[in-house]
Design a protein around this ligand. Structure first.
Ligand SMILES: O=C(O)CCC(=O)C(=O)O
Length: 331
């Protein structure tokens, strides 16, 4: 499943390429979808026990059950589903995240890594900048509970939201549609060829992270990229992108992960990645999902321990500090 010459040219010229049907829903995605049904079930039972929910919606499929919870409560905490930690001062020993075996196997999926290898070469590191986004129709979420994990994502380049050390790396963003992502469901939109036009200013926006200011978005060049379940989008680290708003009555569920050649900075050195494929040293590949999960628990412990010695060294409140709110374009 290596990318074709035509796909590679598209990636190089336009800064992105969509590999249609790269992943087979029944074989590649269903294990993750089933794993998430269990997380949702646990969460619902906890919410029910604490009185937050008056029903458990037993027997409904994932999509309907998710919608039912959000309709009842106005939100669904995104963190128990995410494959990352809350990089802000809310990080605590009770912080939730998900590092399950099915997800780990998807990060190591052969078809996916073959395609990644076409772009990055055979020494592939799984970068810890990674997220799961379950986006319900946006109007159902209370405005105070909206974030880029569960609602509209603002304009950015991935290079602009990681640490400077990764500026000159080949970090590759891989966006996987776990459900269809139509325009109404809030698919991604992007600016073709923006990857070759440099890094834009990103303004710090409270609760959103860093965003490219509107005056730098060439609206006439923006195109949306609807995708079907199993399609995979590969994006250059400087491709400008954002999401549309989910105005449908369905969920839009995606996974955005990143890879870089082994040895390059990940842009989040305090978080754990792993060798996903190494043709030169296969013994260095991480094969054990438990070890993967443990590496994240250890990283959290470290961040919490250093937080005791003052907020500056602890969990980062603003991961990207290269542009300040005083920048002329951010006013
Ligand atoms: O899925 C989304 O809405 C945003 C994804 C994104 O910004 C990314 O993959 O970098």
């Amino acid at each position: 499943m290596h990318l074709t010459e035509e796909q590679l040219s598209h990636f190089n010229d336009e800064g992105y390429v969509i590999a249609r049907n790269l992943l087979e829903p029944a074989q590649d995605l269903k294990p993750v979808i089933d794993e998430y049904a269990d997380i949702l079930n646990d969460l619902i039972h906890r919410m029910y026990s604490s009185g937050e929910l008056s029903e458990t919606y037993e027997g409904l499929p994932f999509h309907q059950r998710t919608l039912a919870v959000v309709r009842d409560t106005g939100h669904l905490d995104p963190y128990p589903f995410d494959i990352n930690v809350q990089e802000n001062l809310d990080l605590s020993r009770d912080s939730e995240f998900h590092f399950g075996p099915a997800m780990f196997r998807l990060l190591r999926n052969e078809r996916l890594l073959d395609a990644v290898e076409s772009i990055l070469g055979p020494e592939i590191y799984s970068n810890p900048v990674q997220h799961v986004r379950i986006k319900v129709p946006e109007h159902l979420i209370h405005p105070d509970r909206r974030s880029a994990l569960n609602a509209t994502t603002g304009w950015h380049q991935d290079n602009g939201v990681i640490d400077k050390e990764a500026d000159e790396t080949d970090m590759l963003t891989v966006w996987i549609a776990l459900t269809n992502a139509t325009e109404r469901q809030g698919c991604l939109k992007l600016v073709p060829q923006s990857h070759s036009e440099g890094l834009r200013v990103h303004c710090p926006i409270p609760s959103e992270g860093s965003r490219i200011p509107p005056q730098l978005i060439p609206e006439d060049r923006v195109r949306s990229v609807p995708m079907s379940q199993g399609d995979v989008l590969f994006m250059h680290r400087r491709c400008m992108h954002a999401s549309l708003t989910n105005i449908s009555d369905e969920i839009r569920w995606s996974l955005d992960i990143r890879y870089n050649p082994i040895g390059q900075s990940t842009g989040r050195e305090h978080l754990p990645g792993f060798v996903a494929r190494s043709r030169s040293n296969p013994g260095s590949e991480l094969l054990d999902p438990i070890a993967w999960r443990q590496s994240w628990i250890d990283a959290c412990e470290k961040m919490l321990a250093s937080a005791k010695h003052g907020p500056r060294s602890g969990p980062k409140s603003t991961p990207n500090k290269r542009w300040s709110r005083d920048h002329e374009l951010c006013a």
